[in-house]
Design a protein around this ligand. Structure first.
Ligand SMILES: [Zn+2]
Ligand SMILES: [Zn+2]
Length: 771
């Protein structure tokens, strides 16, 4: 028998998982199949992509090979499975209807900043999308913020409300076009449009000329601008009065405002931009990048009072660009605009037009809105570079819901996170899905945001948690939510254990490590407030091996707002009941009566829980040195102390470590020396530097002790204190010079935004060991 020609044909079924939808995968596969003369089909499933290709052996081989080696640039392939199937004799390669399967999950892409091709369309007067605020393609545009279900198709997004015009439809159906199956595809004829209205007036101007919008900003007006993941409040960053008014209206205490500039050249006028910063700024994620501020620019200090850094981002949609100029060949009308979340104080970012008109009416003067709904609220992300690498401080737009590969199979678990900078986390397959920044769980709106995010992520990723993890703190709102959820299995996790576990998970560590968890507040297993902790930990458990010596936290939360209380607490710990050296000036601005009340609290231990918090030690020193008296947000005093520290100082203060189990780190010798340094008024910059060096030395000394006793050489540094780059740099150098292998955070925040990930991996360990 002579073999039939068809027997030389091969047909393969390829399933691809990972971030493969909404990233131009189908047109890519279509074009690749055509160039290799293959037939078959591709479709989106709830699990990812299903491809079947049929043709000559070598061509099929080449198809697989190219798919692995050069996938679409925005995609992230987690897994490819290939099996041989019987050839069917298809005549062509087609893109087929998506199918939804229960229980599966695909990874929804995060929102992507406008790509270079779309900037070209937007800037070309001959292009039909010239100046169009909603220009996007398969390589860029809204994703997570507009998707309400999987598979990712137009009908599952808020673009479903817009009927494509004939020309857009043509692009959408043409596999050779960049907008082939670009779900948010739109143009001025058929897509979303802008509208401008003045607060308190009913007239709405559709498609307002952007020159007029910019004129309002130039006049110092505050605009609420509906962006990608929510409303932002915009005003001219060089207009001091406007920025002050915004700060007042937003009740934003002294927290820094983020800025947006049109391009990197503009940013260099007021900040220093390293090469790594430049890469981060221009990446498709377009985060806010924390940069060192140049003195002497025209950016008003009211943008970030007392801060030597500024958070700056570039436009990530054409709409943002239009706030600076109509096109790149016109000069930008602003060096920078304030672009801060559209919300009041600590409430979640506003997303709907109605919500904005109501909640932002006392904050904004004008509203620049549009008629495309935002489905999921997602704030701008914040990063800072360290050691030439991006470090995420707030993980939101552009990053979420990108899954974190845990490197091993996990069960389905929900972790509810901490109280401040809350995020939640779901696990499934090999992955952790960390939610966007939800915020401080201290008001009803934020709780609703938590529920909304939980519901959405459970749906998008098809997760049904079999257990819920929560923080040990009995009064955390996130713990209460966890306890009320109809999930039977509850797993309680200590805060600092979660910090170390999150650092381990991010770095794919499974064995025991030395965990250094330094932060402001976390509820300890002994009911005291921890925060200066040395643990020996793995996912299964931890032993507290050392901590900062306990001191009273006079008045609980009041001590967080008034760092001088901690200064008093440390002074009493140091000097006992004796009077302090008189020349200590830091107490001069505080009424005597307040001092004596707090002093009595400290001395008698009234209303004063014991704490080993490193954040509170920073507060005490910031106050002692007169650098910071009251704070309006957590961490403010520590930031001020870091800013004050003079570079190039190697000296440090003495301290002692006792031999207890856990060992106690006694910083009284340091406090005594700081007081002595203050009397002849040594420059505070030097004191701040010596203080930081001392903390770094403590980290090295205690880690060395643990290495000796336990034979461990890996150190994980986690907790909000390690956002301090002065300390992080010195701690890292010291440890590495002494042969330690050190792991820090990059993709996950070191602060409480990373707690939920740690809780999730610990809960998984409990489940796996329990069965
Ligand atoms: Zn594009
Ligand atoms: Zn159109």
């Amino acid at each position: 028998m002579v073999a039939q020609p068809s027997s030389q044909l091969t047909r393969k079924r390829i399933t691809v998982r990972g971030v493969v939808q909404g990233v131009g995968f189908r047109p890519y596969a279509y074009n690749l199949a055509h160039s290799l003369h293959l037939s078959g089909y591709i479709l989106n499933t709830s699990a990812g992509l299903l491809i079947e290709v049929e043709g000559a052996d070598s061509a099929v081989e080449q198809f697989q090979d190219t798919l692995r080696r050069q996938p679409p640039s925005l995609s992230q392939i987690a897994e490819i499975a290939i099996s041989e199937v019987v050839p069917r004799g298809d005549s062509a390669f087609t893109i087929q209807e998506s199918i939804a399967t229960n229980g599966e999950f695909a990874m929804v892409s995060s929102d992507v900043g406008t790509c270079a091709d779309c900037w070209r369309d937007f800037s070309d007067p001959g292009n039909r999308r010239y100046g169009y605020a909603f220009t996007n393609c398969t390589n860029c545009g809204p994703r997570y913020s507009i998707v309400n279900d999987i598979p990712y198709d137009r009908r599952s997004t808020t673009m479903a409300a817009f009927q494509m015009c004939a020309r857009c439809q043509e692009e959408y159906e043409d596999p050779a076009d960049r907008r082939f199956h670009a779900q948010p595809n739109a143009c001025p004829a058929c897509g979303p449009r802008l509208a401008l209205s003045k607060v308190g007036e009913l007239t709405v101007r559709i498609k307002p000329p952007m020159a007029e919008v910019r004129k309002l900003l130039r006049e110092g007006q505050i605009l609420a601008v509906k962006g990608l993941g929510g409303f932002l409040l915009a005003c001219d960053a060089e207009n001091d009065a406007a920025v002050r008014r915004l700060r007042e209206r937003k009740r934003r205490s002294e927290k820094p405002f983020a800025l947006m500039a049109r391009d990197v050249t503009a940013i260099k006028q007021f900040c220093r931009v390293s090469e790594a910063d430049g890469v981060a700024l221009t990446s498709s994620r377009r985060p806010i990048v924390v940069l060192p501020r140049n003195p002497g620019s025209n950016i008003t200090w009211a943008v970030a009072p007392g801060n030597k850094t500024l958070g700056v981002m570039l436009p990530y949609t054409p709409l943002h660009y239009l706030l600076f100029s109509d096109s790149p060949d016109q000069p930008a009308e602003f060096t920078a605009l304030v672009m801060t979340s559209g919300n009041l104080s600590e409430e979640p970012i506003v997303i709907s037009n109605e919500e904005a008109l109501h909640r932002l009416r006392d904050v904004a003067d004008w509203f620049l809105t549009h008629n495309r709904d935002i489905y999921m609220r997602v704030d701008d992300s914040v990063i800072r570079t360290f050691a030439c690498q991006e470090r995420v401080l707030r993980r939101s737009r552009g990053y979420v819901p990108q899954a974190i590969d845990l490197g091993k199979p996990v069960r389905q678990v929900l972790a509810c996170g901490a109280e401040l900078k809350n995020t939640l986390c779901l696990t499934k397959d090999h992955y952790a899905i960390l939610s966007q920044h939800i915020g401080d769980l201290e008001n009803y709106e934020t709780l609703m945001f938590f529920q909304e995010t939980l519901g959405n992520l459970k749906k998008l990723f098809r997760v049904t948690p079999e257990a819920v993890a929560y923080d040990l703190h009995p009064r955390y709102m996130s713990s209460r939510i966890a306890l009320e959820l109809p999930i039977e299995r509850k797993i309680c996790v200590q805060h600092h254990h979660a910090h170390i576990a999150s650092c381990m998970a991010e770095n794919h560590l499974h064995e025991k490590v030395i965990g250094v968890a330094f932060d402001g507040t976390g509820y300890g297993s002994d009911g005291k407030i921890w925060g200066g902790e040395f643990l020996v930990a793995d996912f299964a458990g931890f032993v507290r091996r050392a901590h900062l010596r306990y001191v009273p936290l006079p008045g609980g939360d009041a001590a967080v707002r008034q760092p001088w209380r901690m200064a008093l607490s440390y002074l009493r710990d140091c000097f006992g009941p004796d009077p302090f050296p008189e020349a200590l000036s830091f107490l001069h601005n505080i009424p005597d009566k307040q001092i004596s009340v707090v002093d009595a609290m400290v001395m008698r231990g009234i209303n004063s829980v014991q704490t080993s918090s490193c954040g509170r030690l920073f507060d005490a020193v910031a106050s002692l040195t007169g650098i910071q008296r009251d704070v309006t947000f957590e961490g403010q005093a520590a930031i001020a102390l870091e800013m004050a520290a003079t570079e190039g100082i190697a000296e440090q203060y003495p301290f002692a470590i006792n031999d207890g189990e856990p060992a106690q780190i006694d910083v009284r010798p340091m406090i005594r020396n700081i007081v002595e340094d203050l009397l002849p008024s040594r420059p505070v910059g030097e004191i701040a530097a010596r203080f930081h060096n001392t903390i770094a030395q403590i980290i090295l000394d205690v880690s060395s002790r643990i290495r000796k006793s336990d034979g461990l050489n890996r150190v994980c540094l986690s907790g909000g204190t390690f956002q301090n780059h002065y300390l992080l740099g010195r701690a890292l150098d010291g440890l590495q010079e002494n042969g330690f292998e050190v792991f820090i955070h990059a993709a996950v925040p070191p602060n409480d935004g990373g707690i939920s990930l740690g809780q999730a991996v610990i809960a998984n360990e409990v489940l796996q060991n329990g069965d």
